[in-house]
Design a protein around this ligand. Structure first.
Ligand code: CMC
Length: 434
């Protein structure tokens, strides 16, 4: 049987046969379907890309029904257990796990590029004390492009490699400086003796001690969280990175756009909402009444449900397990007991079973971040740091894909046909249109 699709246009009675490749038909095939020679041709309409593949990718695979997430073919569970964030970042960016020699060079290159230009500190100083750290991150990462003007040579392989390393290396420093500014505390410079996450904790939390020693359990927990957040295929911010990158600006400017996309509450704000929800519930005995309110349409069970996962989000299972290790160090966050009981009751309830609503990555991550001492404003920043690996990999893949061009969607124009301009005195008041 041929892998083709036969389409009959009932307006004309004509039939077209279009190829099916990799489970998809090309939208451009529809352009040949016309009612007359001067017809533009048929378009496909897909707001929010609900059923449109915008690219071919070899980076991340998700099977939402089965709850599978893999980077470059490796299951997330194996990576979370056996790898570390920088190795995973190498894998995501370069496509293969590094040899010992490649790994050592990668870690060295990143470690020795964590410093940022002193002038960046002046930008950070200029923000109000209560500026949101994500606003500071978006601005300062964009500003980095002005310090590296050569970064616009995006088709030069070595230049591209250097900017990728700079971005992965400097995001934690920008994030930590934003955090310290909001507390009115002096900036802490990177410590090259520490691991990627150990150094981040150092830059965030070091006070007057001569040398900061991260707690190994918290350092590892943060590393695992970073592995879990490193990429998630074509989500809103990856799409922003590709779309902005497709006009060929430097990668610092494109990452600023990706960070801005991430910042929205529909993308990474849910773990903050989970904390608020758990705090409002307050005690175990109030859970059944809360569930009934959700089922009655009064709000959502935050941290449950996902556009892609119709099964347990594999990242949520790993985070749930890790929560216990973290709480052995930080003390048990009382919100965990409410979360566990809420999950137990929801997973037995017909409403949630029927709609395939399971815990997602955000259900437990906020509780862990809170226990580790991060204020909620830092949650999106803690997402942006590891997702930088995914963004740069998606960006590079887009640049090297000969089928990609500047991203430029079509529209269905439903506005006025041509009409003549009238001077102000001759106009009647019109109600505003959206
Ligand atoms: N609590 C209660 N009901 C829900 C929930 C929820 N959390 N999520 C979905 N539903 C219901 C929804 O009301 C609908 O019911 P009905 O069929 O009776 O109208 C049905 O389930 C299908 O929901 P949907 O809104 O069509 O699903 P969606 O794919 O458009 O939305 C979602 C996915 C994540 C936006 C949604 O589940 C939600 O708002 N969840 C809570 C917020 C949240 O946890 N967001 C974090 C997502 S993970 C982020 C990441 O991967 O980075």
């Amino acid at each position: 049987m041929a892998d083709t699709l036969t389409i009959t246009d009932n307006r004309t009675g004509r039939t077209y046969e279009v190829p099916i490749d990799d489970g998809a038909v090309r939208a451009m095939e529809f352009r040949q379907i016309k009612v007359s020679d001067d017809d533009f041709g048929l378009m496909v309409y897909d707001p929010a890309f609900m059923n449109t593949a915008s690219c071919k990718s070899r980076i991340t695979y998700i099977d939402g029904d089965k709850g599978i997430l893999r980077y470059r073919g490796y299951p997330i569970e194996q990576l979370a257990e056996q790898s570390n964030y920088l190795e995973v970042a190498y894998l995501i960016v370069n496509g293969e796990l590094p040899t010992r020699e490649q790994y050592d060079r990668w870690v060295h290159d990143i470690t020795y590029r964590t410093l940022i230009h002193e002038n960046i500190k002046k930008f950070v100083d200029g923000f109000h004390h209560d500026a949101h750290p994500m606003g500071m991150l978006v601005s300062t990462v964009a500003a980095l492009s002005t310090f590296y003007p050569e970064s616009k040579h995006i088709f030069d392989e070595e230049t591209r490699r250097l900017q990728i390393i700079r971005l992965i290396a400097k995001m934690p420093t920008l994030a930590a400086f934003a955090y310290r500014h909001s507390l009115g505390q002096p900036y802490v410079y990177p410590d090259n003796d520490l691991s990627f996450t150990g150094n981040l904790l150092n830059m965030l939390y070091k006070m007057s001690e001569a040398k900061y020693q991260p707690h190994p359990v918290l350092e590892r927990a943060l590393d695992v969280l970073f592995i879990l957040h490193a990429d998630h295929e074509q989500n809103c911010s990856a799409n922003a990175m590709r779309a902005v990158g497709s006009s060929h600006p430097d990668p610092f400017s494109a990452i600023a756009a990706a960070c801005a996309a991430l910042y929205g509450p529909l993308h990474c704000g849910a773990n903050e909402e989970v904390l608020r929800m758990l705090t409002q519930i307050g005690s175990l005995d109030r859970i059944p009444a809360f569930i009934e309110r959700v089922k009655g349409g009064e709000g959502l069970l935050m941290g449950f449900g996902h556009r892609i996962y119709k099964n347990y989000d594999p990242r949520a299972s790993i985070i749930k397990e890790m929560a216990h290790q973290v709480f052995e160090v930080t003390g048990r966050n009382p919100l965990l007991d409410i979360a566990l009981e809420l999950e137990r009751i929801a997973l037995e309830d017909e409403y949630f079973i029927k709609r395939k609503l399971y815990p997602n990555v955000d259900f437990y991550s906020g509780i862990i971040y809170q226990s580790m001492g991060f204020p909620v404003e830092m949650f999106p920043v803690l997402f942006a740091i590891p997702r930088t690996a995914g963004w740069v990999a998606q960006w590079q893949e887009m640049l090297l894909d000969s089928e990609q061009k500047i991203a430029r969607p079509r529209q269905l124009y439903l506005g006025y046909d041509q009409r003549d301009y009238l001077p102000t005195g001759q106009r009647e008041k019109q109600s505003a249109v959206a």
